[in-house]
Design a protein around this ligand. Structure first.
Ligand code: SF4
Length: 335
């Protein structure tokens, strides 16, 4: 029994070894379920962490037990100093990973390799060019698809995150799975979640059960293999027998996986979120800039973490819009 509790272990005994860092609130796409129609209030540049501040804060977490860092955004690759950030963080003893919308990854293949990045998560919600242009409000479908092939060809482990929305892409589930027949990638279907400004309604969400029902009808249960999920894994993993790739479902709404949560989030303006759904944040950046230790406020934030979904532990609570608006929009959290 560990005597001295790490500052990254919460009151439920969950050790937080995974830090997700949002590097920017900006993005080169305008996905409607992420970026509110009316746009968002962007923090002034002076409020955004510099690359040295990203490194210093990240190092504090690594010294306290973080072993994995994921870089997110907005779109992390649009930050001009991203090569410096990648090189600095690559000097830390962590698994460095990134989530990107893949529009710019072709420019970073060599940098990713130099920085030891092996796992890359991409966001892609449709295989239909028209729909892509509609939901992202940009015309980059071919570029994204080419870059997926390029990453696979260069030996990266590629996971594609797909937010399922009823009436939009729930008729493409089988098409996405078909990609895994010949491509060694993992398609991860994400239950649509409520965040400020994304007009979420549970009727728009495609649940874990609905996905599995569609697949058992199309492929039959005999052909669907349940794979071993890693500990702390947010996804339930499967493979169609004989396919090179796999698929998974992230069911934060219908069956949350908070018991084994090991994730903390740092926003681009240096605020610590102890949960994706938490409406409270701790300002690390102001303390750091004042030359003060950030460890006490990190410990306080971790100890204040709710057991489930930032306190929205029931579907009834999760469906209260006023709770959603107390949180940020997805684009400034970084998923
Ligand atoms: S909802 Fe919050 S507590 Fe649950 S898994 Fe996600 S980040 Fe962790």
């Amino acid at each position: 029994m560990k005597t001295n509790k790490s500052i990254l272990t919460d009151t439920f005994g969950r050790e937080h070894t995974y830090l997700r860092i949002s590097l920017t609130e900006r993005c080169n796409l305008r996905c409607s379920y992420c970026m509110p129609e009316e746009g968002i209030f962007l923090s002034p540049k002076s409020h955004i962490m510099t690359y040295n501040e990203v490194y210093t804060i990240a190092k504090t977490f690594v010294d306290k037990g973080v072993t994995k860092i994921r870089l997110t955004g907005g779109e992390p690759l649009i930050r001009k100093d991203i090569p410096i950030i990648l090189k600095k963080l690559a000097s830390l003893p962590v698994e460095l990973t990134i989530t990107t919308n893949a529009v710019l990854v072709d420019r970073f293949i060599a940098t990713f390799k130099t920085c030891g990045i092996k796992n890359i998560n991409l966001s892609l919600d449709t295989l239909d060019k028209k729909k892509f242009n509609h939901i992202t409000r940009r015309n980059y479908f071919e570029k994204v698809f080419e870059n997926i092939q390029l990453l696979v060809k260069n030996g990266f482990t590629v996971k594609i995150n797909t937010v399922l929305i009823k009436g939009f892409n729930d008729n493409e589930i089988v098409d996405f799975i078909a990609l895994t027949k010949d491509l060694p990638i993992s398609i991860r279907f994400i239950e649509f979640m409520p965040f400020d400004g994304n007009n979420w309604n549970i009727s728009k969400m495609v649940s874990y059960n609905e996905v599995m029902q569609q697949l058992s009808v199309f492929y039959s249960d005999e052909r669907i293999e349940k794979l071993q999920d890693a500990s702390n894994d947010t996804a339930k993993n499967y493979r169609i027998y004989g396919f090179k790739g796999t698929f998974a479902i992230i069911s934060s709404v219908t069956s949350p996986f908070c018991d084994s949560c090991n994730r903390l989030r740092l926003t681009a303006n240096g605020r610590l979120k102890n949960c994706l759904f938490s409406s409270t944040e701790s300002d690390l950046l102001t303390l750091l800039r004042a030359g003060k230790s950030i460890e006490p406020i990190i410990e306080k934030a971790v100890n204040a973490k709710f057991k489930v979904r930032g306190g929205m532990d029931t579907l009834k609570k999760l469906q209260q819009p006023k709770l959603h608006s107390q949180n940020r929009s997805m684009i400034t959290i970084g998923g």
